[in-house]
Design a binder for this molecule. Structure first.
Ligand code: URC
Length: 288
């Protein structure tokens, strides 16, 4: 009986690239997850550990970022073809490339630089009742309302200690997935209308706030909901800071003037806070 190597392939999966096009005032964003898988004459790396045919998956990831800068990103089919052909045509050992791209869609919020991601958002309701006539409470909300500003966000002047390496910035991408829950002064609010208006207020304040921190933006979002909806007396929010890191393209002879970002999924900053009317009735158990 002989043992043989069967079919195999390798590559960098789920490179998260965000490309901001800053031509003119209205920004456009392309947000992709790119998975590359190469196959061909890869016997030796498996059989003897000879890596001479192996283009590192790290280089494949870099190619995604560099091509985003050099060629821009149009239709994902074209971008996938460009990458796939590049790997097969430039690597002697690579006979076949599989490139799968998932594109996350974004709709513009008010203004030229703020976006909300399509789909995935969930409307929530949490009710406690001791029975008709007894104590009752309603908490409404939403989760996974994903928003992004391609400019209009700064973060500097923060405390520093021996472990601080973060560079201050006066222009960064600000992105988060909003979880917001709100409670009412009394039962019987127009639930659907409250929901739609609170959501619009959250989006409007996110887009309209020139952000000095996500904490400041969170407070402004809560204030906007309370200012526009008198039936709501408290808003609680949890907002992960979905970090977008500018990719260093200098090793490939390319500049990167705030155009190509790596969208990291973890770790993330988690910013949480409550904004309330000072005479809001006490209802600690409503949230439980
Ligand atoms: O808006 C921010 N708030 C923070 O508390 C923080 N911390 C950090 O590293 N980046 C950021 N950004």
């Amino acid at each position: 009986m002989a043992i043989v190597l069967g079919p195999n392939r390798y590559g960098k999966a789920e490179t998260r690239v965000v490309r901001v096009s800053r031509d003119g005032d209205a920004h456009r964003i392309k947000d992709l997850s790119v998975s590359v898988s190469l196959s061909g004459d890869m016997d030796e790396v498996h059989l003897s550990g000879d890596n001479s045919a192996v283009l590192p998956t790290d280089s494949q990831k870099n190619t995604v970022f560099a091509f985003a800068r050099q060629h821009g990103i149009g239709e994902i089919e074209d971008f996938a073809l460009l990458l796939a052909r590049h790997f097969v045509d430039s690597q002697r050992a690579v006979a076949h490339a599989r490139v799968e791209i998932h594109e996350y869609g974004w709709d513009r919020i008010a203004g030229p630089h703020s976006f909300v991601r399509d789909g995935g958002e969930v409307r929530t309701a949490l009710v406690h009742s001791d029975g008709t006539g007894g104590a009752e409470s309603v908490v409404s909300g939403l989760t996974d309302l994903v928003v992004l500003k391609s400019t209009g966000s700064e973060f500097h002047g923060f405390a520093e200690d021996a472990y601080t390496t973060l560079a201050p910035t006066d222009d960064r991408i600000l992105a988060t997935a909003v979880t917001a829950r709100w409670r009412y002064r009394a039962l019987g609010a127009p639930w659907g209308e409250s929901y739609r208006a609170a959501r619009a207020a959250l989006l409007g304040a996110f887009a309209g706030t020139h952000s000095l921190s996500l904490q400041q933006t969170l407070y402004q979002m809560g204030r906007r909901v309370l200012g526009e909806r008198p039936e709501i007396c408290e808003v609680r929010m949890a907002m992960p800071n979905k970090h977008h890191f500018l990719v260093d393209l200098k090793p490939f002879g390319l500049d990167n003037d705030n155009e190509v970002y790596f969208a990291a999924d973890r770790p993330y900053g988690l910013i949480e806070g409550s904004v309330l009317i000072d005479d809001a009735p006490d209802a600690p158990s409503a949230w439980v």
